[in-house]
Design a protein around this ligand. Structure first.
Ligand SMILES: [Zn+2]
Length: 345
């Protein structure tokens, strides 16, 4: 969705006075201006104005945290929030923005509430690679920070960890980085380092928790290796590229990538891509259909129906970590379900 539309929708959620201010700003940035102002700049200006309006003097007054309070941390996605909790323990207070496994994160729109949480954060963790572009814009609008974990200048430093930067991914790459077994160890190390810098008194705790976390990933790596030994090269398909990196790690032959990108971007798949997907299912040319239960629309539901008719096993996966399980349990559960699906004849 274009940033300008997102910004426009955001204004609809605001109470009267703010909405008027936003509308005035939007009018000021009408077509002639919009042709030379980048959409990002308009969005940034809009967000900045809204934040300024929302955070009056009273908000600024309690911006200084109590000295011994837990460090406020904001994670754009709840699986990164979980990793921060596992490493920070009682010394962090984590707010995760995307945490509902029943909503499509690709359609998420930032709200003033998101901006307020960021105002107080000492550490911010987000995915990057255009999965959460609203985060970059909100961070720019809320200021006082810099880069990649180094923190910013000023009295209230804010460290930022971007998963995509840690694993060398950029906009246009498959953004579902947490399904890549290499991502979470890198994020965990960066989080531990950032917490140790922000709160040196508990550095030894963060170091120990990091070691525990890294060790807890071993069963996942073992499971990936076992699946790879047994199923490398087997053809599978998916409604959306959420499981793509994990599929690559196992060595599966992932088919219908163009269809998946269209589903992710909410654009229309071509007739031939749709036909190719259907043929794979009807002729059982794939062993499993990996179904993103969080990004569903008529077409992907139809593909699930065809898979069921054709007796192609379906594996349901989610983008967002379900409530009540850890990142490790979530991933392991999905790998177990994949193993069952692949074992079917
Ligand atoms: Zn997705």
């Amino acid at each position: 969705m274009p940033a300008i539309t997102r910004a426009a929708r955001m204004t609809e959620r605001l109470p009267g006075r703010l909405a008027q201010a936003a509308a005035a700003l939007k009018r000021a940035a009408m077509p002639a201006v919009a042709t030379w102002l980048s959409r990002g700049a308009i969005f940034g200006a809009l967000v900045g104005t809204l934040i300024g309006a929302l955070l009056g003097p009273s908000e600024a007054a309690h911006a200084a945290d109590a000295p011994n309070a837990a460090l406020p941390v904001v994670a754009a996605e709840n699986f990164y929030g979980d990793v921060v909790k596992q490493i920070g323990g009682a010394y962090v207070n984590v707010t995760s923005i995307l945490s509902n496994p029943d909503q499509d994160p690709h359609l998420f729109e930032a709200s003033p509430k998101t901006a307020r949480a960021l105002q107080h954060a000492r550490l911010v963790v987000y995915n990057g690679a255009d999965y959460d572009p609203w985060m970059t814009k909100l961070l720019a609008a809320t200021g006082n920070s810099s880069g990649d974990g180094s923190g910013g200048s000023g009295s209230r430093q804010r460290a930022i960890v971007v998963a995509a930067n840690l694993v060398g991914k950029k906009p246009g790459d498959n953004p579902h980085l947490w399904y890549d077994p290499r991502t979470m160890p890198a994020v965990a190390r960066a989080v531990s380092a950032a917490l140790g810098t922000a709160d040196p008194a508990h550095k030894s705790v963060y170091d120990a928790n990091l070691a525990t976390f890294l060790g807890s990933l071993k069963p996942l790596d073992d499971k990936v290796a076992a699946l790879r030994a047994q199923y490398k090269g087997q053809p599978v398909t998916a409604t959306e590229p959420v499981f793509g990196y994990m599929s690559d790690a196992i060595g599966l032959d992932m088919r219908n990538l163009r269809f998946q990108m269209a589903a992710m971007n909410d654009t229309e798949a071509s007739a031939s891509d749709i036909a190719g997907f259907e043929r794979d299912l009807r002729e059982r040319r794939v062993r499993v259909l990996i179904y993103n239960s969080q990004a569903t629309e008529a077409l992907t539901r139809r593909m699930l129906g065809i898979a069921q008719q054709s007796k192609v096993p379906a594996l349901s996966v989610t983008e967002t970590q379900p409530a009540g399980v850890s990142f490790q349990q979530w991933m392991l559960g999905q790998l177990d379900a994949l193993a069952k699906a692949l074992a079917q004849k």
